[in-house]
Design a protein around this ligand. Structure first.
Ligand code: FAD
Length: 329
């Protein structure tokens, strides 16, 4: 009988891991929400489309590049933006770094995960709330104590502060998990009646509150309605995480007005998303964590860095180790 493996989270790390293991193990992925992709997220509201998590990703390793190129051919990814500007109080500065393809998922950011997940066994709206020792493995339960099944091995790809809550006290990777620092972020989503014509597709922002602005209509397949996605700075989000959402929205809109000279407070659509865990400030510094005695492991961006590619690299490293282990099983 094949080894059964539960993977917590179908973000890019969980999906990369599942794809690598699916031919040699019986793999089930659990996702607490209704969608795939984790922080590679998109949202459709009132006819507007927002990529409200990761903005774009690079594919520098040969393996990931070939995965992304296939996704581009299949229509699940595309290249965007043509340039990243810098927006300051004094005006726009064009990005001067050497050109390198930057990719997005299509039709929204989660399109990459959705395409790569084809054929995988995924249980949506299934939050893994607890792991209990079961005969030669682990029994998973959800928040209501409902049984989610028994598995030989369990791998968590949830952000480190969430993974540590699931792992037993004696898990060998506990110290590494506790050392990870991940900051929050607020995302302001603005839907407009007419294209804003800002003169750029995307810009980093030098500001005390805001860090990024994307013109959604400049993306392939988002051109239906004009929309803007704006990220706060991580340090500002951390200092304001528990604040009233309307106050956060108002401060972000006021900053945007100072920078662009436009008031979007009466826009056709306004929405705010709070990311409790958005960007990794301090990674674990290990490609992955795995406790052989427990049969428990973890991987994700927070192992190695702060980006989509770090998540892919971490999951790939763990999949190589597990593949060798499964061949010997
Ligand atoms: C606002 C923002 C902007 C960003 N910008 C960029 C960027 O421009 N470029 C870039 O490369 N990266 C960016 N990132 C980072 C990038 O999104 C991440 O590095 C990457 O998506 C992490 O993938 P992952 O699979 O490791 O984790 P995640 O995507 O977080 O996946 C974890 C999954 O686990 C699920 N989960 C968690 N706990 C449970 C549970 N108990 N039970 C079931 N499921 C669970 C979650 O719902 C999620 O689907 C950004 C992130 C944010 C939030």
């Amino acid at each position: 009988m094949k080894t059964s493996i539960a993977i917590i989270g179908p973000g890019i790390a969980g999906i990369t891991l599942a794809r690598a293991l699916v031919s040699s193990a019986d793999v089930t992925i659990f996702e607490k929400s209704r969608g795939l992709g984790g922080r590679m997220a998109n949202r459709r509201r009132a006819g507007f489309t927002f990529d409200h998590g990761a903005q774009y990703f690079t594919a520098r390793s040969e393996v990931f590049r070939s995965v992304v190129e296939r996704a581009v051919e299949a229509g699940n990814a595309g290249i965007w933006p043509n340039a990243v500007h810098t927006l300051t109080a004094d005006g726009l500065v064009t990005d001067s770094r050497p050109p390198e393809p930057r990719y997005i998922g299509l039709p929204g950011m989660s399109g990459l995960a959705n395409g790569l997940a084809e054929g995988l066994q995924i249980r949506k709206e299934a939050t893994v709330a607890a792991l209990k020792r079961a005969e030669n493995g682990w029994s998973l339960t959800d928040g209501e104590g409902q049984d989610l099944g028994r598995f030989d091995l369990v791998i968590s790809t949830a952000p480190a502060p969430q993974t540590i809550r699931l792992m037993p006290e004696a898990f060998s990777g506990r110290e590494a998990l506790a050392s990870v620092r991940i900051s929050g972020c607020f995302t302001l989503m603005i839907g407009l009646d007419a294209p804003p014509d800002l003169g750029f597709q995307a810009a980093r922002i030098n500001d005390e509150i805001l860090s990024w602005i994307a013109v959604e209509a400049s993306k392939p397949s988002h051109a239906d309605k004009a929309a803007l996605t704006i990220h706060s700075r991580n340090d500002w989000a951390e200092a304001n995480l528990e604040r009233d959402r309307d106050e956060v929205k108002a401060e972000m809109l006021a900053s945007l007005k100072r920078l662009l000279g436009r008031d979007f407070s009466n826009a056709a659509w306004l929405d705010l998303h709070r990311w409790r865990y958005a960007n990794v400030d301090k990674p674990a510094g290990h490609p992955f964590l795995f406790d052989e005695a427990f049969g428990l492991g973890a991987c994700g961006d927070w192992c190695l860095g702060n980006r989509v590619e770090a998540a892919v690299e971490s999951a790939t490293a763990l999949s190589k180790m597990l593949t060798i282990r499964l061949q010997g099983a």
